[in-house]
Design a protein around this ligand. Structure first.
Ligand code: PGA
Length: 253
């Protein structure tokens, strides 16, 4: 992995995390040393009920707090939804949009995801846009074309590249302990990078972080993070415990 752009290791807690679990965030903060801060950015994306509390706990530790989804509008009659400006107001600096679990569970489409990403950027949040193929698509040799199509449709037309992060997460690798080969990860990330450069220009397109996600663990982090065009990781299961998450972060050192 090149050290530029600065890597980001982001933890997606999904629907896990009570107030008591924030003690793990405290431990992560205590181990996020000034030396490590120079090497990587760290982020935890907890569920909404503890978002504000997590942001308060993380203050001064250097750990960023992100949300896992947002609505594309800022207010109104949308029972149960949370807007990007509410997330910003709670002290978060980022939001994940288009995670495959949202695409599947809530039937989210690329156009909605692009609107969510734009809403996030408009209030000053980083938008972590998730894309990735299913097993059937990979087996059919369509991984690259699917990912490129999702990238084109899920990144808003007016996107600010400085507020954009792409997470390549093969659906079949999430929570399964399966990962693509290094060559496959490299191939997809290189294709994403080429498209980002085409859209945003060479310089801005090279600055957008492309994270890999899907069964990143302490034992495979080093080799995955060493790949070209891999600028960090989006980590699910292994982000719940400080020991695992910090082992992934220190794999960069
Ligand atoms: P996993 O999840 O690390 O548990 O596979 C990754 C994700 O869904 O972001």
């Amino acid at each position: 992995m090149s050290q530029h752009p600065k890597p980001l290791i982001a933890g997606n807690w999904k629907m896990n995390g009570m107030r008591a679990n924030l003690s793990e965030l405290g431990i992560m903060g205590a181990h996020f040393t000034p030396e490590l801060r120079k090497i990587t950015d760290l982020m935890i994306c907890p569920p909404f009920p503890v978002l504000g509390l997590a942001a308060e706990m993380a203050r001064g530790t250097g750990i960023h707090i992100g949300a896992q989804d947002c609505h594309e509008k800022y207010s109104g009659a949308h029972t149960g939804d949370v807007s990007a400006n509410m997330i910003f107001d709670a002290g978060a600096t980022a939001v994940i949009v288009g995670h495959s679990e949202r695409r599947i569970d809530h039937k989210e489409r690329d156009t909605t995801i692009a609107s969510k990403a734009q809403a996030a950027m408009d209030v000053g949040l980083q938008a972590i846009v998730c894309i990735g193929e299913t097993k059937t698509e990979r087996d059919a040799g369509r991984a690259i074309s699917v990912v490129r199509r999702q990238l084109k449709a899920s990144v808003p037309a007016q996107a600010d590249p400085q507020k954009l992060v792409i997470a390549y997460e093969p659906v079949w690798a999430i929570g399964t302990s399966l990962t693509p080969t290094n060559a496959d990860i490299l191939e997809v990330h290189a294709a994403i990078r080429a498209d980002l450069k085409r859209v945003f220009g060479k310089t801005a397109g090279s600055e957008v972080r492309i994270l890999y996600g899907g069964s990143v663990k302490p034992n495979n982090a080093r080799e995955i993070l060493a790949l070209d065009h891999v600028n960090g990781a989006l980590v699910g299961g292994a982000s719940l415990k400080a020991a695992d998450f910090m082992a992934i972060a220190t794999a960069l050192a």
